[in-house]
Design a binder for this molecule. Structure first.
Ligand code: ZN
Length: 391
């Protein structure tokens, strides 16, 4: 009984803070008076929540004269000038680190892309160097860093367990290690979960509680939001559609098995096939450019990759019955015909009612946006659940 009375005021103020954050996230900047009206709380309650959020650095105050006319009133917004977050994408081949406002907008000039180092220690020290460079903005507090990476990540220990395309993270917890080295709150999510958050925050998935993202860039993975919740499974390993075997005695996969779907359908597979035929290394970005200019014929490789990509889309549609399915692939840069073919082949294979329920489009959110969305969600949600950290 006494515990209940002690907990309640704290819980209430956390809920009020969350209401303020949600209002600013959905409606943009507003004054305390507008907040009071919109939230339906009393003015002192709103002022108290705002004061606490201002102290935390998540909000900042600015003069309304900047944006509107009439009597200047102090308005509030998610911090854009006084605080920032960092987003890190660890991937096979290249990594990228960015900084962003608390509303999720990436700073225009901030991104640093670097080749993925060949050891975990080098990865940590390079990230620390680049993070230090991004934290040098005068008067700007850095509140945390979101990290996206591929592979199986144990959601209980935050440890990378098995990464077919990036084995150097196996057995390591980059979220915990970087948090210690940088003295920042961090949150580590699977890259497909990051893409779901990006689509929800920056794409058009905010409108739906049932959507799936298929990432067919480096490997082949899936992120799913079902009934408004991210589906991560019991240990956090859900979504590894790329490691379902589809070709008996097929090619060896990074996971150690053979004939996985991932060995047949992704941007990497597309470059591998073309590199083999032309007998020279072909990066997917270069291929797209040359194909658009009519310099190379890539129909053979498209004929090989699209049916398998359609298999993945069909699996996702039949399994999850999503309202929207977003696909990430640089192959769509070749023109609208690539997505059209993918949809046409999927229509011929998926269960009719499930296919009819689902709109298939190109993903709009990116992995850096996903990393940023993950840390913003962590920082704002941790104000509801107390300040416990995932890392
Ligand atoms: Zn595999």
């Amino acid at each position: 009984m006494s515990m209940l009375t002690a907990v309640q005021p704290q819980l209430l103020s956390q809920i009020n803070e969350r209401s303020v954050l949600r209002l600013l996230q959905t409606n943009g900047p507003c004054s305390r008076a507008e907040m009071t009206r919109q939230i339906g709380a009393t003015a002192p309650t709103v002022s108290k929540a705002v004061a606490s959020l201002l102290r935390s650095g998540l909000l900042e105050e600015f003069d309304a004269a900047e944006t509107g006319r009439g009597r200047p009133a102090r308005r509030l917004r998610l911090a854009t000038k006084t605080a920032q977050v960092l987003g890190l994408v660890i991937d096979a081949g290249t990594c990228r680190i960015v900084s962003a406002c608390l509303d999720g907008r990436l700073h225009a000039t901030s991104g640093i892309t670097f080749r993925t180092p060949d050891s975990y220690d080098k990865l940590l020290s390079q990230v620390c160097d680049y993070a230090a460079a991004l934290r040098e903005r005068a008067g700007v507090r850095t509140l945390g860093m979101g990290i996206c990476m591929p592979g199986l990540i144990d959601s209980r220990t935050q440890k990378g367990l098995l990464s077919p395309n990036l084995p150097l993270t196996d057995g390591h917890s980059p979220g915990i290690d970087l948090s210690e080295r940088l003295g920042l709150q961090t949150v580590l999510v699977h890259e497909c979960q990051g893409l779901c958050l990006a689509e929800r925050h920056f794409g058009d998935a905010a409108e739906t509680d049932n959507f799936v993202i298929l990432d067919a860039t480096v490997g082949l993975g899936l992120g799913a939001f079902s009934g408004g919740r991210m589906q991560v499974g019991s240990g956090g390993y859900a979504g590894e559609i790329g490691h379902i075997p589809v070709v008996p005695d097929g090619l060896e996969c990074g996971c150690g098995r053979r004939g996985c779907l991932e060995t047949m359908a992704s941007d990497s597979v597309f470059s591998r096939l073309l590199s083999q035929r032309l007998n020279r290394p072909c990066a997917v970005e270069d291929i797209v450019e040359q194909a658009r200019a009519g310099e190379i014929d890539i129909s053979e490789e498209l004929d090989s990759v699209i049916p398998y990509l359609s298999t993945a889309v069909t699996m996702a549609i039949n399994l999850f019955n999503p309202e929207r399915l977003y696909v990430c692939s640089k192959l769509f840069d070749l023109g609208d015909h690539v997505l059209a073919r993918l949809i046409e082949q999927t229509e011929a294979r998926a269960l009719r009612p499930s296919f009819n329920d689902c709109r298939i489009t190109r993903a709009r959110g990116s992995k850096p946006e996903g990393a940023v969305a993950a840390i913003i969600e962590h920082l704002t949600m941790s104000r509801v659940h107390g300040n416990e950290q995932l890392t």
